[in-house]
Write a protein that binds this ligand. Structure first.
Ligand SMILES: C[C@H](OP(=O)(O)OC[C@@H](O)[C@@H](O)[C@@H](O)Cn1c2nc(=O)[nH]c(=O)c-2cc2ccc(O)cc21)C(=O)N[C@@H](CCC(=O)N[C@@H](CCC(=O)O)C(=O)O)C(=O)O
Length: 330
């Protein structure tokens, strides 16, 4: 099993650098940096991380084909690959509708746009001039004037069609999920995409991009996950609740509690509205033994990389070290 870790660049560069180096020293193989316009620029932060680390693979988790051209994405990640001496990975997904609304981007034809963007990025990384007459993107002899090197492309995907696209075009898929049931459900679409491209599952990385919270004290770990789980619940489609047998009543209580938190500052109410079964379904939370158990189940469901996503634990530093000491070697 490979291990990755997610960081949101909502902190100063030197804090991010500290955590990523700690993760590298703790044995994590990948670090994925999220990309939303309102946080620090993902490539500026990756450039610093590239120079300050020596082993860990690094890339956006995930950028999108809306807020910059695929030609810029191809160039930016190739620059990170050069700075990191060949450790860059590109995570790209359809982007976040709510965030796009704030900056006036219309979220349309995500499948088409993702297909065209990934094809263009791959073509530009090959080093040859690119002519591309797409429905959304056009390239007329575009070419990078420096060597990109081999950069794996991972696609962020949840929906059935995007899962198929990810398996067809990508080297891996980043699935925002923490429970084996979600990966069992994704299998059919991943297999369909792999067979369309004539790829074997051995050459494809199925990544559980999970919310994780680890501590020696189970209750502390699980309580630390409540707010993140609430946001995941609020943003998940109904089909997911049916899959996990979570009642819409409970879901609506969480959505209402989040509303109250934003309008009246009642964040304690959010934690109370999140049920234990929501914590089990939408995060990997508990002691190192609990997490190891879950990772075994995920491996049986076909997962080949687990990414420790927010909150990582009640104390980020201690939890990163605990994962490195007791979970990665297990
Ligand atoms: C678009 C959407 O695809 P999805 O795979 O569910 O995308 C949801 C998320 O993956 C996507 O929002 C990601 O960008 C979210 N995301 C992040 N999004 C961000 O903006 N920033 C991040 O840092 C980020 C991290 C991240 C990490 C892992 C991960 O899995 C996702 C992450 C969807 O609805 N897919 C449907 C298909 C929709 C469809 O058919 N659309 C039609 C027409 C739609 C129209 O134009 O109205 C079309 O595309 O042509 C499907 O797969 O079946």
């Amino acid at each position: 099993m490979k291990f990755g870790i997610e960081f949101v660049p909502n902190m100063k560069y030197y804090e991010l650098e500290y955590y990523v180096k700690l993760a590298e020293d703790s044995g994590f193989e990948y670090t994925w940096i999220t990309d939303h316009y309102n946080n620090r620029n993902v490539y500026a932060m990756l450039a610093i991380l590239a120079l300050k680390t020596s082993k860990i693979k690094l890339g956006p988790g995930v950028t999108n084909p809306y807020h910059i051209s695929p030609a810029l994405t191809a160039s930016a990640i190739a620059t990170i690959n050069e700075l990191s001496e060949g450790r860059a990975v590109l995570g790209i997904g359809a982007g976040d509708k709510v965030t796009f609304e704030r900056i006036g981007i219309t979220w349309e034809k995500p499948l088409k746009r993702m297909r065209e963007a990934v094809e263009i990025i791959r073509a530009l990384h090959s080093g040859k001039p690119v002519n591309y007459d797409g429905e959304i993107f056009k390239m007329n002899g575009a070419k990078l004037d420096f060597k990109a090197g081999n950069i794996p492309i991972y696609i962020g995907a949840q929906g059935p069609k995007m899962l198929q696209l990810a398996a067809e075009l990508g080297d891996g898929v980043l699935i925002n999920a923490s429970h084996p049931r979600d990966f069992e459900a994704a299998k059919e679409n991943i297999e369909a995409g792999l067979s369309k491209a004539g790829k074997s599952k051995e050459e494809f990385d199925v990544v559980a991009y999970a919310s994780m919270s680890v501590d020696k004290d189970r209750e502390k770990a699980r309580n630390a996950a409540r707010i993140v789980v609430a946001f995941i619940v609020a943003g998940s489609p109904e089909v997911i609740f049916e899959r996990h047998g979570i009642s819409m009543d409970d879901v609506n209580k969480v959505r209402e509690a989040l509303n109250n938190a934003f309008t009246k500052g009642d964040w304690a109410g959010v934690g109370k509205a999140v049920t234990d079964e929501m914590i089990d379904c939408f995060s990997i939370s508990g002691t190192p033994e609990d997490v190891i158990e879950r990772i075994k189940e995920l491996s049986k469901a076909g997962v080949t990389q687990v990414v420790a996503g927010s909150p990582i634990g009640p104390d980020k530093k201690k939890s990163i070290q605990l994962i490195g000491k007791e979970i990665i070697p297990a």
